[in-house]
Design a protein around this ligand. Structure first.
Ligand code: TYD
Length: 199
């Protein structure tokens, strides 16, 4: 499906260090590969709307509406950034992707099948990594952030959904409860193995 480039996705609960790790990975890859760093919510119109009007505002819209907005943003993100980069043969590292919708919107009880369905046009990642951390440890690091998604119970549920996708093989688990350097090393080993299989 991604004939030229390689699409790598980094997932995790809030405060898991995934943005730091995704950026570190992209910087490291740039030494040997033409690499692009990207993120969701994206910098497109819908992504900006989600950041400014949805994530940090109360009341929240119904979860199904959120899921649809994230799915719409994902189409913009893939069409405008991911697919063109893959067609150019670049390596794409995305900070969050489809599994964030499954984990966050799915954790509220919304059908995972339905979320998968509304995202069925989203290009499949070649490698999707889940940085697994203990939600309680993480919560202590999140004091200054204001996302309404950050309470402990929510993060626990989100983690459970992510772990379900580790069990079914869609996500590869990375132990996030170690030093930044050790996490980066574990991630790089998985990525290297994946890039080697892509030739
Ligand atoms: P996050 O990666 O934390 O962005 P930033 O670090 O720039 O604030 O993402 C913001 C929030 O969006 C996060 O709490 C998870 C949520 N989110 C969803 O609920 N569903 C999705 O599909 C995506 C992509 C993100």
């Amino acid at each position: 499906m991604n004939p030229k480039g390689v699409f790598i996705v980094i997932e995790g609960i809030d405060g898991s260090g995934k943005t730091t790790q995704a950026k570190l990975l992209a910087t490291k890859l740039k030494k040997s590969y033409d690499t692009v760093f990207t993120a969701e919510p994206s910098n497109g119109k819908i992504g900006k709307f989600i950041r400014s009007r949805i994530l940090y505002s109360e009341p929240r819209p119904p979860t199904s509406v959120e899921a649809l907005l994230f799915a719409a943003d994902r189409i913009e993100h893939t069409n405008n950034e991911v697919l063109p980069a893959l067609e150019r043969g670049q390596v794409v590292v995305s900070d969050r992707y489809l599994y964030s919708s499954l984990a966050y919107q799915g954790s509220t009880g919304l059908s995972l099948n339905w979320i998968e369905n509304i995202n069925k046009h989203a290009v499949k990642p070649d490698l999707a990594l889940f940085i697994d951390v203990d939600p309680e440890t993480v919560l202590k690091r999140l004091k200054r952030k204001k996302s309404v998604m950050e309470n402990l119970e929510t993060q626990r549920k989100v983690r459970e959904v992510y772990l379900g996708y580790v069990t079914n093989g869609a996500l590869i688990r990375i132990n996030g409860d170690q030093t930044k350097r050790a996490v980066a090393k574990e991630i790089f080993e998985k990525v290297k193995a994946s890039l080697e299989t892509h030739g």
